[in-house]
Design a protein around this ligand. Structure first.
Ligand code: ZN
Length: 328
């Protein structure tokens, strides 16, 4: 039995630029998938399958009692590298609706989303900000015309995605559209406070130390929103190789500008960043490991970063703590 009526009316053609295995744009090949207007007509709660925990939290908060949310990726998973398991296909098949982050974050699942979009409602939570050509979207030159997928690090931009999710759910399940909208606004009010917290806290870092060095280029939106310069040792995707020449430039920059600390990431081997520490110390600059940041995934259930708000606060507090050491 189909729980969702499908293929009522193709209304939108989405072009999906695919990303090749190494995280680099794949010659801009475009695959076109058909988007249908979908109406949920099954039994509640609506079975919602999400990719990351960050997306799952949005669906849980906005969907409330009307949805049952499952996340494919656990807290320690790197979404750039995640390959769907056989059991994931089963979960995808059983879901009424699929939500993913998009902008090629889940690079190895792109083909799968194109396939599922033909079968059931399948949404990227970032499709609204793309459709509106949101000015906050980053298109780093090294990503050749594609967007940086790490939009949740600008809390106000992620909040826009939360609002879009309420609209997507409201269209899918119009009898509860008002609930979704109300839930979204409650969540967005919390996010507005969180956004202000980030701004206030980052401003406490001495201006010359407002430089964030991490394992991969995940914090571009964070830097843009809260006023801190960002250097990743790897590219936008954690899959990109670390470039030793780039590492040396970053080392020189750290020493020249007396940056007190660099930061490791929860889903990437710590040695990626720790490799900077010894050469800097050898050159006479006592560089510290400022601590672990959650770039692409929430923390474990028993950590202080198991929720989106907890994750963002943990990151901000760690960054501010590491960089406010008085320079010598
Ligand atoms: Zn990432």
């Amino acid at each position: 039995m189909n729980r969702v009526s499908k293929f009522l009316l193709p209304i939108l053609l989405i072009s999906v630029p695919l990303v090749s295995g190494c995280g680099q744009p794949a010659s801009h090949s475009h695959e076109v998938s058909q988007r249908t207007t979908d109406t949920f007509s099954g039994d509640y709660p609506i079975k919602v399958l999400c990719t990351t925990g960050i997306v799952a939290e949005v669906l849980q908060r906005v969907g409330g009692d009307h949805v049952e949310v499952t996340a494919l990726m656990s807290y320690d998973v790197d979404p750039h590298l995640y390959k769907p398991l056989f059991s994931d296909i089963e979960k995808l098949d059983q879901a009424d609706v699929v939500f993913y982050s998009g902008l090629h974050l889940e690079g190895r699942m792109a083909d799968l989303f194109v396939q599922y979009a033909r079968k059931k409602p399948t949404y990227a939570v970032t499709e609204g900000i793309i459709a509106r050509d949101d000015k906050r979207l980053r298109e780093p030159p090294e990503f050749e015309g594609m967007h940086d997928p790490h939009v949740w690090h600008d809390v106000s931009l992620w909040s826009a995605c939360v609002h879009d999710v309420a609209e997507m759910l409201g269209k899918l399940d119009s009898p509860h559209a008002a609930d979704y909208d109300k839930n979204a606004h409650t969540y967005m009010d919390e996010l507005a406070e969180l956004h202000d917290y980030c701004k206030t806290e980052v401003a406490k870092i001495p201006e010359q130390s407002r430089v964030l060095v991490t394992a991969h280029d995940a914090f571009g939106y964070f830097g843009q929103a809260y006023g801190i310069e960002v250097f990743g040792l790897k590219g936008i995707s954690s899959e990109a190789e670390k470039d030793l020449e780039h590492q040396e430039e970053v080392q020189k920059m750290i020493i020249a500008r007396k940056i007190p600390a660099v930061f490791v990431e929860s889903t990437i081997a710590h040695r990626t960043v720790e490799a900077l520490i010894e050469p800097c110390r050898a050159a006479g600059w006592d560089l510290q490991n400022g601590g672990e940041l959650y770039a692409d995934a929430l923390g474990a259930a028993d950590s202080n970063a198991s929720t989106y708000t907890g994750m963002v606060k943990h990151n901000v507090d760690t960054i501010v703590g590491g960089l406010t050491v008085a320079p010598e």
